[in-house]
Design a protein around this ligand. Structure first.
Ligand code: CUA
Length: 360
């Protein structure tokens, strides 16, 4: 493999990021040269030539002071302005982005697709389409890092972080954990496969013996008894969940919040944290410790599917294109879906194959 300073560029964000990186590098290199050559040059030019020499008295130069204050100010502010633009672009999510769910744990990446596929240490995405990852951690802080896309985001327990990117080139790219998370941190690696959209659609058709995430979420919604209080069409003891996702919710303390993934997650684990206006506290029990992060994501996918507003998710709200049992990914090894279940023992946790193990 030939030498390169930066990894391959494979996302729209990489194309935006690299010019800024080179600009900052160039400015710092040029500034360093100017300062060091200046120091050396003046030290030589104004050196003491004989022991009795006294330098001429200087009272300063306003012009010079303004020049060397204003010029660097504008140069450094240009980094700020450019950097701010890139930063906002990084955190602006395309509303049509494909949703994919990531759960990190010591020491693997578990990926779930709304259509029902699940894999470990492998992420499949189509080329040219914005992708949004919703990421949770089961234990400690990890960090999802794809150098070829120039994206990295911490994955923090107790909270969702999201990250988005648009791949621009077909291929296989490294995925790393970029936050020291224990003994096997260095082995917490995997691959991102960027495919042609048609190829990707084909790949999606092929898996998910468990049904789509929202249908698995719906099953859990029944099993956990949520459906006895959250009725579908009439007011029960708890709010109707139809059209909640993505909309504003009025709370009993007068605040209004947007019902996003983090709000739904909090409401499941800590129902008293935010009470919807007109409802009572302590009606809903906590589900902390009863639902795994993956199951939570399925429940949320189900609640999202109840929202009329298109959430931009491929297949959200559909009850899955389920073909057979256990063909995961492009290798097509039928019947291995049951190899190596995650064994979290939680309601509705998805069996995932061990393909793409960390040793690769
Ligand atoms: Cu996970 Cu380092």
């Amino acid at each position: 493999m030939h030498f390169r300073i930066l990894p391959e560029m494979a996302s729209t964000f990489a194309e935006e990021h690299d010019p800024l990186f080179w600009y900052i590098t160039a400015v710092t290199v040029i500034m360093t040269i100017v300062i060091f050559v200046g120091v050396a040059g003046f030290a030589l030019k104004y050196r003491r030539r004989h022991p009795a020499e006294r330098p001429a008295l200087i009272h300063g130069s306003m012009k010079l002071e303004i020049f060397w204050s204003a010029v660097p100010l504008f140069v450094f502010l240009s980094m700020f302005a450019w950097g701010a633009k890139v930063y906002f672009d990084y955190f602006t999510v395309d509303p049509n982005a494909i949703d994919i769910y990531v759960v990190a744990k010591q020491w693997m990446w578990k990926i779930q697709y709304p259509e029902g596929q699940a894999e470990i240490n492998e992420l499949h995405v189509p080329v040219g389409r914005p992708v949004r990852l919703t990421m949770a951690s089961e234990d400690v802080i990890h960090s999802f890092y794809v150098p070829a896309f120039r994206v990295k985001r911490d994955v923090v327990p107790g909270h969702y972080n999201t990250m988005s990117f648009t791949p621009t080139k077909k291929g296989r790219y490294h995925l790393f954990c970029a936050e020291y998370c224990g003994t096997q941190h260095s082995g917490m690696i995997g691959w991102v496969t960027v495919m042609e959209p048609a190829e990707y659609e084909n790949w999606l058709q092929g898996g998910g013996g468990m049904g789509s995430m929202s249908s698995q979420g719906e099953k859990m919604f029944q099993q956990l008894g949520c459906s006895t209080c959250h009725l579908m069409d009439e007011q029960g003891r708890c709010p109707i969940l139809r059209n909640v996702y993505g909309n504003a919710v009025r709370l009993d303390d007068g605040r209004t919040v947007i019902a996003d993934e983090s709000y739904l997650r909090e409401s499941i684990l800590n129902p008293n944290a935010k009470i919807v206006d007109g409802f009572r506290r302590d009606v809903m029990p906590t589900f902390e410790g009863q639902v795994s992060e993956e199951s939570l994501m399925q429940l949320i996918a189900y609640i999202k599917s109840l929202s009329k507003k298109p959430t931009g998710t491929i297949g959200a709200g559909q009850t899955g294109r389920v073909v057979g049992q256990g063909r995961f990914g492009d290798r097509g090894t039928p019947g291995n879906a049951n190899a190596g279940t995650t064994g979290t023992g939680s309601v509705g946790s998805t069996p995932v194959t061990e393909r793409g193990s960390a040793q690769k």
